[in-house]
Design a protein around this ligand. Structure first.
Ligand SMILES: Nc1ncnc2c1ncn2[C@@H]1O[C@H](COP(=O)(O)OP(=O)(O)OP(=O)(O)O)[C@@H](O)[C@H]1O
Length: 679
């Protein structure tokens, strides 16, 4: 590196030091662009909206108007209640004001300045000037005295006229104008007559200085002057948006991780400050959105699902709820499953129900519901479900019926792949996954949305729990591409109630209010809390419906399920029924879940071990409703989840030793005894 030392003119000791160029120059000369290329390059530049964002959005316009009317009403009511106090204060200060007015006029009449000048003339021993000033003051007092006399006579005459001749409203009007005017003249500036409507500091407007100071408070930005703002800070929905160009070396996620410090720096509650990385921008670009008030206290707009003409498509994102800026957000079903976790009262049932309400507005969708609390929150779906596809209750029968539902779904996962592959070969899709064309062509391929509310009850059931967990794990992996979407909702968040094998394969994960980090990571995935997800900031009931959502590589988002109460949900389901006119109701689901181990024992053909391929046809023959589609592989995994593993069993067939998977009688009996003991 070279350095340049330049002598400062006329001073041999002072030199100006300029660091030299580090290394040889390597930058090419600036390219001269023709006009056309310059215009093309600028075509992609983002443009500022012509009018503020909230004026273009009907919901936000309504929100602003509602706020303005509400605030005006509140202000009027506030002051009306205090009117008697204001009247008394005004009357008192008007007396002071009248006294001040009289004193001012007397000072004016007295020509106070001339007294000072006369004194100066006397001190200077100048009788001539003194006499001249004295005469002038006397004349002025005479004239001003006459003016004041005329004013007094005018007031007295006006008062008498108003009192005895004018209609009643004239003195009232004069009083209404004169008394407040006198009070205004009488009260000192620090003694207002009206009380303040708002108490304490209120956030009014976001400024660049506030943002700079808050960024420094995060500890990630050192110099307040370093961040710049590529566009003006302005209104965005019910809050303010500052787009920040962070100094080099600092990226948006650095600041998002320090959201608490950022909020502290802005002197605002945590859930009023929302830093976000900007999609499609470089990592050093940050949007800081600051809500007018904590978002948990905001009113939400009406759900688009209430639109009477709305019909939806399972394969497209569906309206779901709102984000912190009260913008609409969607929920995708295709190739995904959903899980909702949250403590009691966090709003997970309503949040999960919104997914199903959107889904049934596609007439092709077959809903299945298992609700193991028996609250009746899902009753409106019953007419839409196939017979046996609606389960509600906290009973053993309900758990059995849930197991039957899972078996039905697993059977669907057996049937669908061949059909889908065949239609894909015929050109209906370029990949082997269900799409709308296939679902419309073949009614065996209608999408299924299966809801399991309070799913922890089935997973921890002493008799069926293990089997349920195994079946759910298998379903979340296999069902996605086959048009089977599971919606799981649970209030118990530990590894037994929500095994990792299930959650880690679910792509739509929503964590509502939870107590802390462990539960947050359980639902959203390990490390979610460290990466900035904070669902524990929501309070149950108070913040019901608020959730942190993790999706397919989209980072975390904060959402609130639109509030659809039971009546709204019933109306949507009634509309979904109308949409289904002409669409066949699906076949019934086998109602009863069987006890596989007991069934195998019952059809046991004899001997101390039997091959699976022998037992499976016996089961199918005896209970065709339950086992007609059962394959040997499925049998193996169902037996394993019921606690009895199939093992290699050797037999001599036609003189040759052959080994196949099968069940040993002692293992079967031990499994049956273990289950009986457990339950
Ligand atoms: N999106 C929402 N917006 C506003 N209020 C909501 C929302 N979701 C739920 N609530 C309110 O919160 C209450 C609890 O909701 P919900 O029953 O869905 O909670 P939960 O987590 O399923 O509770 P539990 O586990 O006790 O059944 C409801 O009575 C409802 O009024």
């Amino acid at each position: 590196m070279t350095h340049e030392v330049i002598r400062v003119d006329g001073d041999a000791e002072a030199v100006e030091y300029r660091p030299g160029q580090p290394g040889a120059p390597v930058d090419g000369p600036d390219e001269r662009r023709p006009l056309h290329a310059t215009i093309r390059a600028r075509e992609a530049e983002p443009r500022r909206p012509l009018v503020p964002g909230w004026t273009r959005n009907a919901d936000q316009r309504r929100e602003v108007a509602r706020w303005a009317v509400g605030y005006a009403g509140y202000t009027v009511a506030f002051h009306t209640l205090r009117a008697p106090k204001y009247a008394a204060k005004t009357a008192a200060w008007s007396v002071v004001g009248a006294g001040r007015l009289v004193a001012r006029q007397l000072r004016w009449w007295f020509v106070a300045d001339s007294v000072v000048l006369q004194q100066e003339a006397a001190t200077a021993n100048d009788p001539e000037t003194w006499m001249r000033l004295h005469d002038k003051a006397r004349q002025a007092r005479l004239f001003r005295g006459l003016v004041l006399l005329a004013e007094l006579l005018g007031l007295v005459a006006g008062g008498l006229l108003a009192r005895f001749l004018a209609p009643w409203w004239v003195p009232a009007l004069v009083g209404l104008v004169a008394v407040p005017a006198l009070a205004l003249a009488g009260r000192p500036a620090h003694r207002p007559i009206l009380d303040r409507v708002s108490v304490g500091p209120r956030f009014i407007k976001l400024t660049a200085d506030q943002v700079r100071r808050a960024l420094v408070a995060t500890g990630k930005v050192r110099d307040e002057a370093a961040p710049s703002f590529p566009r003006d800070i302005g209104r965005d929905g019910p809050g303010w948006l500052a787009s920040v160009e962070l100094p080099s070396g600092v990226i948006a996620t650095d600041i998002i991780d320090k959201r608490e410090q950022l909020a502290g720096g802005l002197r605002l509650p945590f859930d009023q400050v929302w830093p976000e990385a900007v999609k499609g921008e470089h990592p050093g670009r940050l949007d800081v959105w600051v809500a007018d008030r904590p978002v948990s206290a905001m009113r939400q707009p009406a759900s688009p699902l209430l639109d009477e003409a709305l019909q939806l498509d399972y394969f497209q994102p569906m309206p779901y709820g709102f984000d912190v800026r009260m913008r609409e957000v969607t929920w995708s079903l295709e190739q995904r499953n959903s899980v909702f976790g949250g403590q009691p009262g966090s709003g997970k049932t309503l949040a999960a129900r919104n997914v199903a309400l959107g889904a049934v507005l596609d007439p092709l969708v077959i809903p299945l519901v298992s609700e193991l609390k028996g609250s009746g929150d899902w009753d409106c779906f019953e007419p839409l479900c196939p017979p046996g596809g609606y389960v509600c209750g906290a009973t053993t029968a309900a758990t059995r019926a849930t197991v039957a539902m899972l078996e039905y779904l697993l059977t669907e996962c057996e049937i669908r792949p061949d059909l889908i592959a065949r239609y894909a070969r015929q050109g209906l899709n370029s990949v082997k996954a269900l799409n709308r064309r296939m679902a419309e062509r073949d009614e065996r391929l209608r999408p299924i949305v299966a809801v399991f509310d309070e799913v922890q009850e089935a997973i921890t059931d002493p008799e069926h729990g293990k089997q349920v967990a195994a079946m759910l794990t298998s379903l979340v992996k296999r069902g996605r591409a086959l048009g089977v979407h599971l919606v799981l909702a649970t209030q118990r968040l530990d590894k037994d109630s929500l095994p990792k094998g299930i959650t880690s394969n679910v792509s739509n994960r929503a964590c509502l209010s939870v107590p802390g980090q462990v539960e947050c990571d359980m639902v959203l995935g390990t490390g979610a809390y460290k990466q900035g997800a904070r669902p524990n900031a929501f309070q149950p009931i108070e913040d019901a419906g608020w959730m942190v959502v993790a999706g397919l590589g989209t980072g975390f988002g904060t959402r609130r399920a639109a509030y659809l109460d039971d009546r709204a949900a019933a109306a949507i389901c009634a509309r979904a029924e109308q949409l289904r006119h002409g669409v066949d109701r699906p076949d019934p689901i086998r109602a009863e879940a069987r006890n596989l181990l007991a069934d195998v024992r019952e059809v046991w053909p004899g001997g101390d071990a039997v091959w699976s391929e022998v037992v499976v046809p016996l089961l199918a023959e005896r209970w065709p409703d339950a086992y007609a589609d059962l394959t040997v592989e499925q049998f193996g995994s169902l037996m394993a989840s019921a606690g009895v593993r199939t093992v290699d069993i050797g037999r001599r067939i036609d003189g040759r030793q052959t080994t196949r998977k099968g069940v040993r009688l002692d293992a079967l009996d031990a499994g049956i005894t273990a289950r009986q003991l457990k339950s």
